[in-house]
Design a protein around this ligand. Structure first.
Ligand code: NAD
Ligand code: TDX
Length: 339
């Protein structure tokens, strides 16, 4: 089949493309990406010449361009990773989040309706459930937890999810949604916690921890996320939401200390900075549904995943050094300059 992967020049989308080309040589992958600041064509250089792969630079909000691509490629399945994905940027400037994450999703689904599709899969996030209190470790997000978004980013992702379910109910579009916890692994843009801390530590720069660093995230190795999406595409039920997470909760401060230790850097680099506005305290996924229905479980233990990830950033310095030497400097100055 032909699978259209949107946002495939980003972190999770690129890892998904590598996983699919390796594990499903019978499928053709078409990657559509606008190449925003977060999309990096160099990430895809090893697959550019693969006969089963095609890259198209396109905005998911460009209705005409998207329809033309559907006419050319007649995809059987669409997996929508394309999004503005960074919470801090959504606090700085929400608008593009609403455009891409909501209206772009609508354009893609309209194309699916017009040209026919076996499945539209929306890559969602656990952030749509809001947060959990630190003093209730017994609570987890299930697929029926009410939507309760905190940031413009999560509100835009929640809106997209609602629209996807509405297209299923109203138009019968065959859809699935996955809501995943925090991912880590190769090719993550160094504005996100783990790669930012690795890059700063390697450059002996301060490690900016928001608030007291007590916020908890449920970390999942990116390859496990890709495997879960693959499973949902093949065996998931239309109209269903699947939570993806690994029961791997960690406090931010403990992650940062672990990175210091692994890299042999002093904890004195840690700097506590002004907290993120509306900062969610704790995310924690209950993955019982995807486990019992589709047999998915995370395979990579955090200790192994973080070691592999740190090693990847050590081995691929040019990839992230090029990123942080460009326009990212302006972002860093705006975000952390007077914090
Ligand atoms: P990312 O920011 O690394 O990549 C996003 C990609 O989308 C980039 O390549 C960018 O160029 C592209 N893009 C942005 N706007 C576009 C547009 N208008 N048209 C076409 N392409 C566009 O993000 P990521 O971390 O890989 O996240 C991928 C998806 O997974 C997002 O939908 C995100 O909400 C979701 N998600 C991420 C995490 C996480 O921990 N990173 C967890 C759960 C869910
Ligand atoms: O410099 C930092 N200092 C810091 O303390 C950064 C960048 C982050 N943090 C904290 C904020 C969060 O509590 O670390 C935690 C993780 O932050 P991010 O990496 O920005 O991720 P988060 O806000 O949790 O959102 C991520 O997971 C869910 C992804 O960016 C989203 O796309 C996904 O939906």
């Amino acid at each position: 089949m032909t699978i259209l992967v949107t946002g495939g020049a980003g972190f999770i989308g690129s890892n998904f493309i590598f996983f699919m080309l390796e594990n499903h040589p019978e499928d053709r992958i078409v990657c559509l990406d606008k190449l925003t600041y977060a999309g990096n064509l160099s990430t895809l250089k090893d697959v550019m010449d693969d006969p089963n792969f095609r890259f198209v630079k396109l905005d998911i909000c460009d209705r005409e361009g998207v329809y033309k691509l559907f006419e050319e490629e007649k995809p059987d399945v669409v997996v929508n990773f394309a999004a503005e994905s960074h919470v801090d940027r959504s606090i700085e400037n929400p608008e593009v989040f609403l455009q891409t994450n909501i209206l772009g999703t609508q354009v893609l689904m309209d194309a699916c309706r017009k040209y026919g599709i076996q499945r539209f899969h929306q890559v969602g996030t656990d952030e749509v459930y809001g947060d959990l209190p630190l003093d209730r470790p017994d609570l987890f997000f299930t697929e029926t937890t009410p939507i309760h978004a905190s940031s413009p980013y999560s509100a835009s992702k929640a809106s997209a999810d609602l629209l996807v379910l509405a297209y299923h109910r109203t138009f019968g579009l065959p859809v699935t949604i996955s809501r995943c916890s925090n991912n880590y692994g190769p090719y993550q843009f160094p504005e996100k916690l783990i790669p930012l801390m690795i890059a700063n530590a390697l450059n002996d720069k301060p490690l900016p921890v928001y608030g007291k660093g007590e916020n908890v995230r449920d970390w999942l190795y990116v390859e496990d996320h890709c495997k879960a999406i693959d499973r949902i595409l093949r065996e998931g039920r239309d109209g269903e939401v699947y939570n993806i997470g690994g029961h791997n909760e960690m406090r931010n401060i403990d992650i940062v200390k672990l990175i210091c230790k692994t890299l042999g850097k002093p904890e004195s680099l840690i700097t506590y900075v002004t907290d993120r506005k509306g900062h969610d305290m704790r995310y924690a996924i209950d993955p019982a549904k995807i486990h019992s229905e589709l047999g998915w479980l995370p395979e990579t233990k955090f200790a192994d995943g973080i070691r592999k990830t740190i090693q990847w950033y050590l081995d691929h310095k040019t990839w992230w050094e090029e990123i942080i030497s460009g326009d990212y400097q302006n972002y860093y100055q705006r975000m952390y300059g007077n914090r």
